[in-house]
Design a protein around this ligand. Sequence first.
Ligand SMILES: Cc1cc2nc3c(=O)[nH]c(=O)nc-3n(C[C@H](O)[C@H](O)[C@H](O)COP(=O)(O)OP(=O)(O)OC[C@H]3O[C@@H](n4cnc5c(N)ncnc54)[C@H](O)[C@@H]3O)c2cc1C
Length: 406
Amino acid sequence: MSRPLATREAGAGRRRGPELDVAVVGGGMVGAAAALALARAGFASALIEAREPAPWRSEDEVDLRVVGLAPSSIGLLDDLGVWTAIRQARVGPYAHMHVWDAGSGAGIDFDAAANGQSELGCIVENSLVQSMLWQALDAAGVRRHCPAAVAGFEVREDRVQLALADGATLAARLLIAADGAGSPLRAMAGIGTRGRDYHQRGVVAHVRTERGHANTAWQRFLPTGPLALLPLADGRCSIVWSLPEAQAARVLDLHEAAFCEAVGVASDFRLGRVTATSERAAFPLQLQLAERYDAERFVLLGDAAHAVHPLAGQGVNLGLRDVFELRDTLVAARAGGRDIAAPHVLRRYARRRRSANTLDALGFDALARIYAWQAPPLVAMRGLGVRLLDRLDPLKQLVGGHAAGR
Ligand SMILES: Cc1cc2nc3c(=O)[nH]c(=O)nc-3n(C[C@H](O)[C@H](O)[C@H](O)COP(=O)(O)OP(=O)(O)OC[C@H]3O[C@@H](n4cnc5c(N)ncnc54)[C@H](O)[C@@H]3O)c2cc1C
């Protein structure tokens, strides 16, 4: 379905050039936020998405895919006018985080109040965020093409000419790929990736526990990978359990009572016994970093640019920071009378976000490696480090502030 483009410059003598300023491919949380943010900033925008997202409904079971939104992401969603509706619909705010190590027993706590805040973030369903963003697209004048896929594109002097699989064509000054970790657009642009396959899967489910979650995000590091118990609005916890592929397959196949027991044992019964669970799903885990974020009249955003281990719960937060940076860069270029897709403009966005995301991604990867150590001296060293960090308030505040996106 294609919606008519809201013409920005009707009557005022339309400037020459393509019909669109930006074409965003991929309408997940990051792509939809980008299309909305750029339209709100006055750029003629289109969003091309392969699959129409199902509308979020409060009577439906909580989506198995949830994310922990950091204050920086909440700020962007608020700026886009969708946060109040998301918050009123169904979110699990958390004011504390407790992370502990099965090997050494050492733990670390983060507390919102220590930084003068009321919460560290919110656990939100992916489908809820995406749905609220999509609902805001029409009013912002974003032209939607869904279901639609890009068959190819060609860069011309002042535009990118896009060919959709249904035969339609579009022209934009800038093509933005937010089409996820498997990004077909990234491959079409000839951009390679580096990284590693963790040969792990993130098993997700919602569980009911004997004791309440106390608005705390819990995470226990086990030699096989971390288990997170994230607070949901209805009192249950959403689990993200990273496991080697074969173990993940076994856990997915367990009958309900055995699965509840396995989660209880893996969480060291911190919230008591696990008494009920939902359906389960599993996602492959990888570190994948695009070798560059820009090409001619082309940029990458979100998981298309960087897929990271979920242990820090930062994947979508990095993607939403890309959106901020791109919007601000394009607004500044326009204010300076420059082509928004000029190579130096795109390079500025790419340089800033690639260095920040790479540092974070490698940091999460280092944590995954450190927590995989099993040799007793290394486990003792890790325990010492964690205990030290927990006592060093300024360093802890720095880590907490970084995760919050400050
Ligand atoms: C187990 C697990 C737990 C996680 N937990 C967290 C967490 O707690 N916090 C956090 O911040 N992140 C978390 N993440 C990461 C987070 O889910 C991702 O970073 C985020 O969903 C990426 O959003 P995106 O919009 O970039 O990509 P996607 O959500 O992958 O969206 C890409 C979109 O592009 C569309 N598309 C693909 N190809 C085409 C095409 N050719 N044409 C048109 N459309 C196309 C797809 O249909 C899709 O809608 C987790 C990830 C996993 C696997």
